[in-house]
Design a protein around this ligand. Structure first.
Ligand SMILES: C[C@H](O)[C@H](C)C(=O)SCCNC(=O)CCNC(=O)[C@H](O)C(C)(C)COP(=O)([O-])OP(=O)([O-])OC[C@H]1O[C@@H](n2cnc3c(N)ncnc32)[C@H](O)[C@@H]1OP(=O)([O-])[O-]
Length: 719
């Protein structure tokens, strides 16, 4: 709701009250309407100040209301009544003014912001556009180019940048409401027409058409099929070319298309999923709010290869002192140089001083004896990791958290190497570790809730989106990815080309298809892992790698490509051809096409026409099916955990919500039917056999994704 009070004699103070972010729920909107009417009606009130409770102005419209019928007074006429008011209305902005919150402020005649405020119109990140006049008022206030940037990206600006853009009139370090009240009294009686933004046209911008063409092209490229950014450009174009009322009509039309779109539902699901994963739970019943993290002051990283360097940078940038250990002198010197460079470039980008002194380098693992948390990031070899954990167990102080950055090896096996297995968890970073937001925090059967709570707390402090998952081969992300990649290889055997598979996945919204990503990360990495699993081993008699391994179909196509030394971008050849080793632009490679033709002939395979639909169904549904197995095994607590992992760690297109949300949108009965269809065609591919949980959810009427956890509990309780 919103409270009204008269302060300083003649100032009507309207306070938004809806913790934690004063979202504009129906009750808050009604409260504002009532308060504005009262302020304008009461003769003693000469001016008005609008502020928010609890140190935040307003987080915008109440996103929770979007999934149901909208009720309460609409925003647009409410903001209009503020703008046309005969008494000056001043917005006192602190904390955040986002979306509808900023739109209210744009309806006010003046805006005073606290220096720590963040302002923005992030609707595009929810699959929407600023639909309470923001797309029409902001361009009029700050100009078309700046408004296009803020509205199509949804980025938040600081108070300093907002002042520089002309979005706010004053920035203060003092109590912003007090400053606003004084300011409001100082402008009583001054003409207001100049302050009514909608009454003005947009500041002139030379060659507007060229600007919009260029922006639309850039936005379409970046959007990868997302519709909201495109609509945002069209709305701002209306502001630049049409009178306000017509522009508002255009804004309303565009919003109507977006509001009910599947993409908007996917993006709003992601918004809440990203916040839900912080409320983790373990199969033991331990939870985020019943487990206390241990204090972590000193940290250490063992092994300064690519991952170790990124992890050290991330910890130091978050303010942790780091002991960086590498026992090879040359590797240590190279790491020191690389890390310093990363810290300096990061500091330059953020306009802060590089924290080079946060890291101390050592060749001696003894130096980590006093660390509260140690992250092992040595080469992905179990024997080597065992040795490191045995050393850490002997060296580290009691209570130190021992973490491994393995991307899929058995965390519990490493726990069995130490005195306190309850203090061992996985902290699986994604390359580059100082850039990628995702962190899989892996707990084993012996990991204590306290250990998990501590790793999750450190994950939050270093700015990672941290997801708690159970220990199993490949954890969640890589375990599902294996099936996605396996299907892609089978499709090559059956007639597809790498380009066709990648095109289907890129049209779906992935920045890069599976074969382009493999060429980027290096085919030799996967090859080494497959060899480690005893898969990519040619039969000594035939010299051929069997196409049935451990009782299931196996495709040796990638191994055979690697045997030719084709490791992707780094060798200039992989699934694509590159001008030179290291170059990034891959062209279709006739060698690969001929190789596949020969391979099919050799194995008696007949190529057939494969369409994009089949590529998507086989690559994505097999991955989703494994997602259901992961839920069934309790490795992930809910679909949100899986979807956040894929959106933040595997570039799953955010406007598709994540693999499990996508299954929900496609419809579980359809996913089940298609998996059954493909499993019938490929009985030797177990990953296509529908998971029991999927069957049970369909049998339970395919409940909405928000209800899966509940239904899973019921299903499990009946087991
Ligand atoms: C007409 C108009 O044009 C259109 C159509 C719109 O206006 S569309 C809406 C546009 N507005 C936004 O996109 C802003 C969204 N919010 C944020 O960016 C951030 O929240 C924040 C404001 C910067 C605070 O960050 P935080 O880190 O301090 O806390 P938190 O953990 O994120 O949030 C704390 C709690 O508040 C909940 N919450 C936050 N913003 C909310 C909102 N707008 N509606 C409903 N709930 C919200 C959130 O789910 C969490 O709940 P729970 O998990 O505790 O149950």
């Amino acid at each position: 709701m919103a409270a009204f009070a008269r302060v300083s004699g003649s100032v009507g103070l309207i306070t938004l009250q809806n913790p934690p972010v004063n979202a504009l729920s129906a009750a808050v909107r009604q409260g504002i309407v009532d308060s504005v009417q009262r302020a304008l009606r009461e003769p003693e009130v000469k001016c008005v100040v609008i502020c928010g409770q609890n140190g935040i102005f307003c987080g915008g419209a109440d996103i929770r209301e979007f999934s149901g019928p909208m009720s309460g007074p609409p925003l647009i006429p409410m903001i209009h009544s503020i703008e046309v008011a005969a008494k000056p209305v001043v917005a006192a902005i602190e904390g955040s003014a986002l979306g509808g919150g900023l739109e209210i402020a744009l309806g006010c005649h003046y805006r005073i912001a606290h220096s720590k405020t963040r302002l923005g119109l992030p609707e595009v990140t929810l699959g929407l556009l600023p639909a309470a006049g923001g797309s029409q008022r902001l361009p009029r206030l700050i100009g078309v180019p700046a408004a296009l940037d803020l509205i199509t990206t949804g980025r938040h600006v600081t108070a300093a940048e907002a002042l520089q853009l002309g979005m706010v009139d004053q920035v203060t370090d003092r109590n912003v409401t007090d400053v606003a009240v004084k300011f409001a009294l100082s402008v009583v009686g001054k003409p207001l027409d100049a302050r009514r933004i909608s009454m003005h046209s947009c500041p002139h911008s030379p060659d507007l058409d060229e600007l919009f063409e260029r922006t639309m092209q850039h936005v379409r490229q970046r959007a990868r099929g997302a519709i909201a950014p495109v609509a945002c450009v069209q709305a701002v174009r209306a502001a630049a070319t049409l009178p306000y009322a017509q522009g508002m009509e255009k804004e309303r039309e565009l919003m109507a298309t977006l509001f009910t779109s599947g993409q908007a539902r996917a993006l709003q699901y992601c918004f809440f999923a990203q916040r839900a994963i912080g409320r983790w739970s373990m199969p033991s019943g331990a939870r985020w709010d019943t487990s206390k993290p241990r204090p972590v002051h000193k940290t250490a990283v063992i092994g300064l290869g690519t991952m170790g360097r990124g992890i050290a940078v991330t910890l130091a940038q978050a303010g942790f002192p780091v002991i960086a250990v590498e026992n090879h002198e040359k590797q240590l010197m190279e790491a020191k140089q690389a890390i310093s460079g990363m810290l300096e470039r990061g500091a330059k980008r953020r306009g802060v001083t590089p924290v080079l002194n946060k890291i101390t380098y050592s060749r001696d693992i003894q130096s980590v004896a006093n660390a509260d948390l140690v992250i092992e990031a040595v080469f992905e070899d179990m024997a080597l990791k065992e040795k490191v954990f045995q050393q850490l167990s002997a060296i580290c102080k009691p209570g130190a958290l021992l973490c491994t950055n393995t991307s899929g090896l058995n965390v519990d096996h490493l726990a069995s190497q130490v005195r306190n297995p309850e203090l061992v968890v996985g902290m699986h970073f994604f390359a580059p570790a100082h850039v990628m937001k995702l962190l899989e925090v892996v707990y084993g059967p012996r990991s204590s809730p306290e250990a998990l709570a501590t790793a999750m707390a450190v994950g939050k402090k270093i700015g990672k989106v941290s997801v708690a998952v159970g220990n199993c081969q490949g954890f969640v992300g890589n375990r599902m990815l294996e099936h996605y990649m396996e299907q892609a290889l089978f499709l090559l055997e059956e007639g597809a080309t790498p380009e066709l598979v990648d095109q289907a996945l890129e049209e779906f919204g992935f920045a890069m298809g599976v074969f382009r990503v493999s060429d980027l990360s290096g085919l030799d990495i996967g090859w080494r892992i497959r060899k480690g699993k005893g898969l990519a081993v040619p039969d000594p008699t035939t010299g051929q790698t069997a196409r049935v391994q451990q009782g299931r179909r196996y495709s040796p196509v990638a191994d055979l490509i690697c045997e030719q030394g084709r490791f992707g971008q780094k060798t200039g050849q992989g699934w694509y051809q590159y001008n030179t080793p290291g170059s990034r632009v891959g062209k279709p490679d006739p060698w690969v096409h001929n190789f596949l033709k020969d391979y099919r002939a050799q194995h008696g395979l007949v190529a057939r026409r494969i369409d994009h639909q089949e590529v998507l169904e086989r690559c994505l549904y097999s991955m989703i099916n494994e997602g259901f197995r992961i839920l069934e095994d309790g490795i992930a607590a809910g679909p949100e955990d899986i979807d956040v992992i894929y959106v933040f760690g595997y570039n799953w297109p955010r406007h598709r919500g994540g693999p499990m949300f996508y299954a929900h949108m496609v419809g579980l009965p359809k996913v089940l039917e298609r998996l059954e269809h493909y499993h019938q065609a490929h009985p030797d591919v177990p990953s296509l056999q529908p998971c029991n949980l999927l069957r049970k959810l369909v049998a339970n009427g395919s409940p909405p994704i928000q209800k899966w956890k509940e239904v899973m509990k019921k299903i499990n309780s009946r087991l």
